[in-house]
Ligand binder design. Sequence first.
Ligand code: PBG
Length: 315
Amino acid sequence: MRRLRATEPLRSLVRETHLAPSQFILPLFVCPGEGVRREISAMPGNFQLSIDELVKDCAEAASLGIGGVILFGLPESKDELASGAYAEDGIVQRAVRAIKREVPRLLVITDVCNCEYTSHGHCGKVVNGDVDNDATLEWLAASAVSHARAGADIVAPSDMMDGRVAAIRKALDGAGFANTPILSYAAKFASVFYGPFREAAESAPQFGDRRSYQMDPANGREAMREIELDIEEGADIVMIKPALPYLDLIRMARDRFDVPIAAYQVSGEFSMIVAAARNGWLDRERAMLESLTAIRRAGASIILSYFARDAARLL
Ligand code: PBG
């Protein structure tokens, strides 16, 4: 076996998996104000950005050939009804309009969820101490339509309510957005690895946790059911999240379903590598490329990653 490993040209000739910037999606956090570029302490190199600064990062992403960006919004204020999530002049809606005006060639995906917009930090409407599934669907559908109206190329629901893909599809079609695709966070686990994100998006739940709607990390077959249902409801792309601890499920999904598969290398996966590298315990670049390559090899054709920029620069 060693004959084909002897030199880099030989290794490169027989390499089975390749990374390309066009397969990466860069997550970005948009906040109110002007000239704001506030570093997220648990995610070095990532920032809460006001719209004017966000547009600069989007222009850079486009020039690096990155496949697109996904936007998360920090609203001016939060309330029980998540009104900022579906306001026509909400933070994400305004950000999308600005990006489409300044960097029209960049693909813009919007995260559709309520946790950044509710005062309690849960992903839906709380009724009697629990998240009410069907009441939340109306908010999600309204958010998705408002994002599409602002110019979003793809909407990406991440809330894990049942039936949300069908509800969003119906609302988009009804509002004249039959051509707007849905990237569904189909198998999203109740993971500890979202910790740094909740600082970034200021979206930690104020009581309880998300285990009554996000998946139990122990369940792989159930993940396949989630994906199957989302495809039936009209999802165009399905996602597994987190990525590295769930490579078995990326592979299982790749083998079973013929839609594009995305994987989200989440905040905690990013921060672990960065923290170890800062301590001198790991080589940052190699850990980044090895983890991204493993996610590709498992079968994801699209990777959401906070390393998108660094990786694109290297490739
Ligand atoms: C919103 C959402 C979360 C992430 C993406 N969309 C947080 C959560 O569910 O608590 C996590 C992304 C990351 O950790 O990088 N619901």
